[in-house]
Design a protein around this ligand. Structure first.
Ligand code: BES
Ligand code: ZN
Length: 614
């Protein structure tokens, strides 16, 4: 059977220049024109003492080129022990392999050479403690303080640091795994987790649906499970399990609404894994098991759009996947759009619009700080690590593009288009150029005279925002603005601000829009009235600290120290370090960082090391 990745067959059929340029994944060494992996079988030991995964991975191969005798895999910082392969006749033999010199971005290319085309190949290896895609936590760094914890974060190009693999999202594999841990530890994966319900240190997983390698995921720690509904549940350390279940018990309603809008959820169960606070992201859409930061457990469901977001990836991202990391907006832009539609269905239009407005304001502020070329939806990485081009552009500019189309065509027609798009590309990877071809035929030309292809191309290939981009506004925020102005002008006191019914969103809008030259008296008045320095909602605390750093308001420093030392979510710490540095607090920030750094994930460490080395 010859299986050609979809984007390759289209590229070979001769597409426009955009496709030819981006159909090659510059972030991977894999020779997928010659051979592709169709299935992976992992057999790994979780070794907490040496902070390594150790064992083998077996690739089942489908050859594409009859003349090839090489399999080229992506690796980074792996020790390769030996490579065995099974011939087409069923005999196991030793294979020659060469591990190339490490490239800072791509890692080390692993070239395996066979004397005849192998049916299966087994690579015996171990990861290293510094693996960029794993975090190893000591018991002290967890909620329980009694057991160690480890988890993977493979997106974008970190799967290769714990698994020799064709690490490109153009690929899809099914997988099975046997994972061994200490007996009192439970392991889970982005797969069927039935076997993980019985804790015995020996776990078997099956993922029968083909997924891209960046979605292969593992976590292990002192985990318990609690069901939320028939289809959903949570794995978490016991200390945070009940609070997480209470916070996220709308997950089933979110699934039901999304099924109605975009077609049935394709993955069976949908569970959540609560990670320690050092998780560098808000969430990660690992199939069947989203990984979630505990910083969104606010007690009032104010931050559950994160769950809507990771769930939405079950359609945009996991089902329909970006072919390269230059096409990330196909994952994140669609997901941000669907996320907000879910929020509207489950929590109402007012809240959904507030979330749009907050994100749009965040984007507009960020656009001024990013190099123009990186404000295009279709990114040009030019050899960079996708992490280095990460911004809210693929997310919020992508979302605004889709809101724009929805406004132009109306919900009914636009929803039908999105649903057909998900159906058409289900379990496939596509490039931006393929998307352009698809939207031209299935939306733009289908309903002539509504939106031009020039407009589509402007959104996707030009920097910044089109002049007629949607600018979401919220009545609730208008009221906040009026109250804010009255207080700033001195016609009311802080106590008279109508905050009694403010949601976290209104607070965020208020704090984000206060001037950065407020008097100490004004800052003190706010803090005294609303106890902002002691805020427990992580997003609200973050917004207040940003304001306080911008205004040189000193009383926050002990609380800010605690925030920076106990949380590793990049979005909630990196802007604070930047603000401290630009506001003359570099030395203080560095002292905090030296202390906090060992608790941060390698990705966060890399980002913040860069800030201080400038
Ligand atoms: N898939 C992303 C995280 C990601 C993107 C990791 C690119 C590595 C490279 C995840 O779904 C995400 O977007 N998380 C956001 C959620 C937010 C927008 C609601 C986050 O972590 O903040
Ligand atoms: Zn996302």
């Amino acid at each position: 059977m010859k299986i050609t990745p979809l984007f390759l067959s289209l590229a070979m059929a001769g597409m426009c220049s955009h496709a030819m340029a981006s159909a090659v994944d510059q972030n991977s060494y894999a020779n997928i024109n010659d051979v592709i992996t169709t299935h992976l079988n992992l057999d790994l030991d979780v070794d907490f003492a040496d902070k390594q995964l150790e064992g083998f991975v077996e690739h089942t191969l489908a050859w594409q080129n009859v003349n090839s005798r090489h399999l080229v895999l992506d690796t980074r910082d792996l020790d390769i022990d030996k490579v065995m392969y099974k011939t087409q006749k069923g005999r196991w033999k030793k294979a020659d392999f060469a591990l190339a010199k490490r490239d800072d971005v791509k890692g080390s290319k692993l070239t395996i050479t066979f004397s005849s085309q192998a049916q299966k190949v087994r690579i015996y290896y171990n990861s290293r403690p510094e693996a960029s895609g794993l975090q190893w936590l000591t018991p002290e760094q967890t909620a329980s303080k009694t057991h160690p914890f480890m988890y993977s974060q493979s997106q974008a190009i970190h799967a290769r640091s714990w698994l020799p693999v064709q690490d490109t999202p153009a690929m899809r594999v099914t997988y099975t795994a046997r994972i061994q841990t200490p007996k009192d530890i439970r392991a889970v994966m982005s797969a069927d987790n039935k076997d993980a319900l019985y804790k015995d240190g020996d776990y078997h997983f099956t993922m029968p649906q083909a997924i891209s390698p960046y979605l292969i995921a593992i976590g292990a720690g002192n985990l318990e499970f609690k069901a939320m509904s028939k289809q959903t549940g949570i794995f978490a350390e016991p200390e945070i399990l009940d609070a997480s279940v209470a916070e996220f018990n709308d997950t089933q309603a979110m699934i039901d609404k999304t099924n109605e809008m975009y077609g049935d959820y394709a993955w069976g169960r949908y569970d959540l894994l609560m990670l320690p606070p050092s998780f560098p992201f808000g969430g990660m859409e690992n199939p069947r098991l989203s990984f979630i930061t505990p910083t969104v457990v606010a007690g009032d469901k104010s931050l559950v759009n994160l769950i809507a977001h990771e769930l939405a990836h079950s359609w945009s991202g996991n089902l329909v996947t970006n072919a390269t990391w230059e096409d990330l907006w196909l994952n994140e832009g669609f997901t941000s759009y669907v996320e907000n539609r879910i929020m509207e269905e489950v929590f109402g239009r007012d809240r959904a619009v507030m979330e749009q407005a907050l994100d749009a304001a965040g984007l507009r502020a960020q656009l001024n700080t990013i190099d123009a070329p990186d404000t295009r939806l279709n990114l040009k990485l030019n050899g960079r690590d996708p992490d280095d081009a990460f911004s809210s552009v693929p997310y919020t500019k992508g979302q605004l593009f889709l809101i724009y189309l929805e406004n132009q065509y109306g919900r009914e027609k636009f929803d039908a288009f999105v649903k057909t798009y998900f159906d058409e590309f289900a379990f496939k990877s596509l490039t931006t150029a393929q998307f352009v071809t698809y939207i031209e035929a299935n939306l733009i030309e289908k309903y002539p005279g509504v939106v031009s292809m020039d407009k589509v191309n402007e959104w996707i290939f030009e920097p910044g925002l089109p002049s007629d981009a949607p600018n979401p506004t919220s009545d609730a925020f208008d009221k906040v603005d009026a109250a804010k102005t009255a207080w700033l002008q001195g016609s009311t006191t802080a106590a008279q601000l109508p905050t009694a019914n403010w949601t976290v969103h209104e607070w965020l809008h208020f704090l984000n829009n206060l001037p950065r030259d407020l008097s100490i008296e004004k800052m003190t008045e706010l803090d005294r009235e609303f106890n902002l320095t002691q805020a427990t909602n992580a997003e609200r605390a973050f917004a207040w600290y940003m304001l306080a750093v911008g205004n040189g308001y000193q009383p926050i420093y002990p609380a800010l120290d605690k925030h920076l030392t106990s949380i590793g979510r990049r979005k909630l710490i990196v802007p604070l370090y930047k603000a401290l540095i630009t506001n003359g607090k570099r030395e203080w920030a560095h002292k905090i960082y030296i202390n906090a750094r060992p608790g941060y994930h390698p990705l966060a460490q890399g980002t913040i090391d860069n800030l201080f080395s400038k």
